[in-house]
Ligand binder design. Structure first.
Ligand SMILES: NC(=O)c1ccc[n+]([C@@H]2O[C@H](COP(=O)([O-])OP(=O)(O)OC[C@H]3O[C@@H](n4cnc5c(N)ncnc54)[C@H](O)[C@@H]3O)[C@@H](O)[C@H]2O)c1
Length: 247
C-alpha cells in the first residue's frame, strides 16, 4: 500500500542516521511532506524526497521556531536520544544531565511546540521514540538511559490524555536492539570486555528471541502506522517492537 501519509506534513528529529533516517524515508515514500532534521548537516545528505534542515534539539528557541515554521504539522516524531552505559553507582552528574536533557527535555519541547497547532486543527499524531529498556525490560548497564526512556512513556501517556478530546494522538515506540550506527558504537565499546567485536555483537543478538537484531526500517513501519489515520483509535500507548526480547 502506498500513500498512507499522503497530504500529511511531518517533522522528524535526529533524521540523519539510524531509526530517524529510516522513518523520514518511509514517511516520504508514503506521501508525507517531510522536514527531516539533524544536528549534523552532513548526515542529512541523500534523504530522498525530504526537505532537510540542520537542528540541534537542545537549542530550545531553534527547535520551537523550526517546528512552528514547518507547520501546520500532522505528524511529529521525536527521535533524538543518547545512550550512556552506566549503573546507579557509576552514573555521573554529567551523564544524568545530558541524558535527561536530550531524551526527555527535548522530547517535551518537541511536543510543546507541535501540540498547539494540532489541537487548534483538531488533528495530528506525535510519535516519541522510547525504548523497551527501562519501560518493559531491565537491561544491565543502562541506568540513566532506562530511566529517561521510561519517563518518555510517562510523558507520552500524560500528554495524550490531555489532548485526546481535541482529536490529537500521542504514542511512543519502544524498540529492542536495532542495528544502527549508534549500536555499532556500543558494540565497539563493549568489544574488549566481551572478547572481541563479534562476541560483543553476538551478545546483543542473543537478547532477541527471534535470533537477530531489528532493522531501522521495521521501526519505521510502526511509525508510519502510528502517524497515519489507520491508528486513529490508538493513543497513549507504548508499543514494544523487540524481536521477543521481553517474551
Ligand atoms: N538503536 C537501538 O537499538 C535503539 C533501541 C531503542 C531505542 N532507540 C532510540 O532510537 C533513537 C534513535 O537511535 P538510533 O540508534 O537510530 O540513532 P543513532 O544514535 O545512530 O543516531 C542518532 C542521530 O541523532 C542525531 N542527534 C544526536 N543528538 C542530537 C541533537 N541534540 N539534536 C539533533 N540531532 C541529534 C545524531 O546526529 C544522529 O544522526 C534514540 O532515541 C534511541 O535511544 C534506539
Amino acid at each position: 500500500m502506498a500513500g498512507r501519509l499522503a497530504g500529511k506534513r511531518a517533522f522528524i528529529t535526529a533524521a540523519g542516521q539510524g531509526i530517524g533516517r529510516a522513518i523520514a524515508l518511509a514517511f516520504a515514500r508514503e506521501g508525507a511532506r517531510v522536514l527531516a532534521t539533524d544536528r549534523h548537516a552532513d548526515k542529512l545528505a541523500g534523504l530522498e524526497g525530504c526537505e532537510t534542515a540542520v537542528l540541534d534539539v537542545l537549542d530550545d528557541d531553534a527547535f520551537t521556531g523550526a517546528v512552528q515554521g514547518a507547520g501546520p504539522l500532522d505528524a511529529m516524531v521525536n527521535c533524538a536520544g543518547v545512550v550512556h552505559q552506566n549503573t546507579a553507582l557509576t552514573c555521573t552528574d554529567a551523564e544524568w544531565e545530558a541524558a535527561f536533557a536530550l531524551n526527555c527535555r527535548a522530547t517535551w519541547k518537541g511536543m510543546a511546540a507541535a501540540l498547539p497547532g494540532m489541537v487548534e486543527r483538531r488533528r495530528g499524531a506525535v510519535v516519541n521514540i522510547a525504548s523497551a529498556a527501562g519501560w518493559a525490560k531491565a537491561a544491565p548497564n543502562r541506568f540513566v538511559y532506562g530511566a529517561t526512556k521510561a519517563a518518555i512513556v510517562g510523558m507520552t501517556k500524560m500528554a495524550a490524555v490531555d489532548v485526546v478530546a481535541q482529536g490529537v494522538r500521542l504514542n511512543c515506540i519502544c524498540p529492542g536492539t536495532i542495528d544502527t550506527p549508534s549500536l555499532g558504537e556500543r558494540i565497539a565499546a563493549n568489544a574488549a570486555a566481551a572478547g572481541g567485536v563479534e562476541a560483543a555483537r553476538a551478545a546483543f543478538v542473543a537478547r532477541q528471541a527471534v535470533g537477530r537484531l531489528g532493522s531501522a526500517e521495521e521501526i519505521a513501519a510502526l511509525a508510519v502506522y502510528l502517524a497515519s489515520d489507520e491508528s486513529a483509535f490508538v493513543t497513549g500507548q507504548a508499543m514494544v517492537i523487540d524481536g521477543g526480547w521481553t517474551l
